[in-house]
Each structure stands twice: as structure tokens, then as C-alpha cells.
Design a protein around this ligand. Structure first.
Ligand SMILES: C[S@@+](CC[C@H](N)C(=O)[O-])C[C@H]1O[C@@H](n2cnc3c(N)ncnc32)[C@H](O)[C@@H]1O
Length: 228
């Protein structure tokens, strides 16, 4: 997977948080995004979560040089209690949401730990539609045919690459997923504002740039006489 896609996402996060922000990288895997966040924002405190201890072990070796990245085993669908509400200033999730069985539950858990107005970026594959022209059609052909075939040959793990291709095909289109994100309600309140869907790689990769809306946090501030 192309490091530039993750870099674009990290730059979006960097532009919307303080240098010493508390950041969450959900589905961190071997911590590639956490490391990019750290490189870009060395003062930030970064928590990387993933259910796979095997992936995290590789990540722990890669992040051993810094105490600004903390990796922990957790499932996106049930982790908010580890941190409590309004804990993080920003969050990322790269190529993870597609694999989560209950996506709404995971998104609401992430929403819970984010502060009001915190930036949350999701990086994910999708099949390009016809609006991307011939290059989009080629990218779609590549995902359907070359990814499983070439990936299987190069990696020796054919099942994983068939799963990748299948899961991309089954994932909602960017328009549909954008609608899911915009209309998501957590604890009865609209959860996110979708600022932008950035299309990369001829429409086969998207960055969904969201802002967490925490009406309850705003209400609490007003109660204490602070201006919202
Ligand atoms: C393709 S890897 C992406 C890893 C990393 N974000 C990156 O960009 O390289 C997908 C990751 O999603 C994780 N994952 C799968 N199910 C998950 C869940 N329910 N909650 C959180 N992460 C999950 C996997 O363990 C895996 O590390």
C-alpha cells in the first residue's frame, strides 16, 4: 500500500491539531500511520490500537525508539471505556474500517473518545466508478484482477488477496459511505460532519475527512458559563 496515501491523511490531521495533540490511530497494524504521525508531529502523544497482537508486536519493534507512540490491543467495536469520553484531539483509521463487522458501533466508539471538533480521517479502498474515466476503469480492473493474482503470487498468501479484492468490492461506494458517515447518530446525536472526500489513485482510494460533533460537550461548557 502506498505510503503517500497515508502521508496525505497525516497532513490533513496535522493541519487541524496542536503539535502536542493526543492522537488515536485505530487499526494501527504494524504502526505505519502512527510512525508517520510521529515523524510529522514529534511532540504528539499517539495511541495505536489493533486487535492483532502479532501485528502490534512488529509495530512495537518499529516504534521502540520513541515513548511518544503507545500500542495497545483493542477492537474498534469496544474500546472507548479504555480512555473515556473526549480524550483525543484527532484520529486516523487506514484500511481498517472495511474489516470491522459492526462499522457503526466502531465509528460511535471512536466518536466517543474524540473531543468536540476533533478531526477524524478514514483512509479506505473502494472500486472507482465511471466518473473517473478510462483511468478509473483501469484501476477497477486492477483491483478485480491484478490485486488477487499478483498479490497471491508475490506474497504466497492467495486467500488474503482474494479477501482484499472481495472486501473492496463489497464496501460501499464513496458516495454511499459518505452518506453513512454523515447520517450516523451516536447516542441519539449526529456524530460527524463530513468535510471532504478526497479521491486518490483514480478513485480507488479515498480519504474521508470528518469532524466530531459533541453536542453534549458543548452543553456542558455552556452550563459552566464558558462560551461555545
Ligand atoms: C490492512 S491492515 C492496515 C494497518 C494499518 N492501518 C496500515 O495502514 O498499514 C488492517 C488492520 O485492521 C485491523 N482490524 C481488523 N479488525 C479490526 C477491528 N475490529 N478493530 C480494529 N482493527 C481491526 C487488522 O488487525 C489489521 O491490522
Amino acid at each position: 500500500m502506498d505510503v503517500r496515501w497515508r502521508q496525505v491523511m497525516v497532513e490533513i490531521i496535522e493541519s487541524s491539531v496542536q503539535p502536542d495533540a493526543r492522537l488515536l490511530d485505530m487499526a494501527t497494524g504494524t504502526a505505519d500511520v502512527a510512525l508517520l504521525l510521529h515523524k510529522q508531529m514529534p511532540q504528539a502523544q499517539i495511541v495505536g490500537l489493533d486487535p492483532s497482537n502479532n501485528m502490534l508486536d512488529v509495530g512495537r519493534t518499529k516504534t521502540a525508539h520513541t515513548d511518544h507512540i503507545h500500542l495497545q490491543q483493542a477492537d474498534a467495536q469496544q474500546f472507548a471505556k479504555l480512555f473515556g469520553p473526549n480524550h483525543f484531539d484527532g484520529a486516523t483509521m487506514a484500511f481498517g474500517i472495511r474489516n470491522v463487522p459492526d462499522r457503526n458501533k466502531a465509528l460511535c466508539e471512536i466518536h466517543q473518545v474524540l473531543k468536540d471538533q476533533a478531526r477524524f480521517c478514514i483512509l479506505e479502498f473502494s472500486e472507482p466508478d465511471d466518473s473517473f474515466g478510462i483511468m478509473g476503469q483501469m484501476a477497477r480492473w486492477f483491483i478485480r484482477n491484478a490485486v488477487p493474482t499478483v498479490g497471491a503470487i508475490l506474497s504466497g498468501a492467495p486467500r488474503e488477496y482474494w479477501h482484499l479484492q472481495n472486501s473492496i468490492q463489497q464496501f460501499p461506494s464513496p458516495k454511499e459511505f459518505g452518506h453513512i458517515l454523515e447520517s450516523l447518530a451516536c447516542a441519539g446525536e449526529k456524530a460527524f460532519r463530513l468535510d471532504e472526500i478526497r479521491h486518490l489513485n483514480f478513485g480507488s482510494v479515498q480519504i474521508y475527512s470528518l469532524v466530531a460533533l459533541k453536542q453534549s460537550a458543548v452543553d456542558a461548557k455552556m452550563e459552566h458559563g464558558e462560551t461555545a
